[in-house]
Ligand binder design. Structure first.
Ligand code: SF4
Length: 313
């Protein structure tokens, strides 16, 4: 099969016509193309939800995993082969509900993975229940009464968890979105992009018209998110937190915070294992001349001796 550098597959894209997910898909494909990455250098990982279908539509390695577990899968892939560009594409329910613990853990590790949050404030695949990003008091069309729970702010969560690249984008501004994805993928460390994505079927509050009147670009107002020296970190972080709270009449999009000085997990591992990137787990032999490198018999013996010992106690 010919190499598809447009990153498109033949799989029928079955999102509702007009869904913001189409913009996110185009944003990813454009970014990968412009970065000139080969499909085998990229892995897209998803969980469950409308966004979970994304890897099927991208001509690259892909894994459609369990609900809330895209980040652990992605972490294993990246640690096994740090040369891969790993992107997680997940919904607000998947990443900030059942998967929230994993999202926090990735920030603490600052592992070089890009998280794309398809943020439409509802669980679209299961008919529009309130997701963790729907503010309290808001009633979307599937809810019989206004939402009782407060919303999680994905930007604040990412900033406080340790992500070194934190941004917000709008799904229907594909050029702007793909530029941010490009920078996030090239960034060495954990990157999170909260992508505002209208769900045309179930969210009749945060619609295309709602966003059109409010979204503005940070860079057009002179915002400088970059930490160039660790001494700037505290001030830049505090400014990003204030900006992350802006919501209502004006909704900022762009890169809020970009710490170029923070060590990634890969850097920390390399201090302990200097050959890590040269010989990561995925590139090590598992057998030589038909014999496994690891003596599984020995491991099983240690394990069975341990089980017997525990049984005696
Ligand atoms: Fe998109 Fe909403 Fe349809 Fe899901 S239900 S495909 S999020 S418009």
């Amino acid at each position: 099969m010919a190499l598809r550098m447009d990153y498109k597959t033949d799989v029928w894209v079955d999102w509702c016509p007009g869904c913001g997910d189409y913009g996110i898909l185009a944003g990813i494909q454009t970014a990968l193309k412009e970065l000139n990455l080969k499909p085998w250098e990229v892995v897209v990982v998803s969980g469950i939800g409308c966004s979970g279908k994304t890897p099927h539509f991208i001509y690259a390695n892909g894994v459609h995993t369990l609900h809330g577990r895209a980040i652990p899968f992605a972490t294993g892939i990246k640690l096994a082969n740090p040369h891969l560009k790993v992107i997680v594409s997940g919904g607000d329910g998947d990443l900030l509900g059942i998967g929230a613990g994993h999202l926090v853990a990735l920030g603490r590790r600052n592992l070089d993975i890009t998280i794309l949050v398809h943020d439409n404030q509802v669980y679209g695949l299961t008919k529009g229940q309130a997701s963790p990003t729907l503010p309290a008091g808001v009633k979307t069309k599937s809810l019989p009464k206004p939402n009782l729970q407060d919303a999680i702010n994905p930007l604040l969560l990412a900033l406080s968890s340790g992500y070194s690249f934190v941004a917000r984008a709008y799904a229907l501004d594909i050029k702007h979105l793909s530029n941010i994805i490009k920078q996030a993928v090239q960034h060495r460390g954990a990157a999170l992009i909260d992508i505002l994505q209208p769900c045309i079927t179930y969210n009749d509050v945060y619609t295309k018209n709602w966003y059109a009147k409010r979204v503005y670009k940070l860079e057009e107002e002179g915002w400088d998110p970059v930490v160039k020296d660790p001494s700037e970190r505290e001030d830049k972080l505090a400014a990003a937190v204030r900006k992350a709270l802006e919501w209502g009449e004006r909704v900022p999009v762009g890169i809020l915070y970009w710490d170029k000085t923070k060590e990634s997990l890969e850097d920390r591992i390399m201090r302990r294992i200097p050959t890590y990137t040269e010989k990561p787990p995925a590139m090590q032999a598992i057998e030589v001349n038909g014999k496994p490198v690891v003596d599984i018999e020995k491991i099983l013996k240690i394990y069975s001796d341990y089980v017997v010992e525990v049984g005696r106690r």
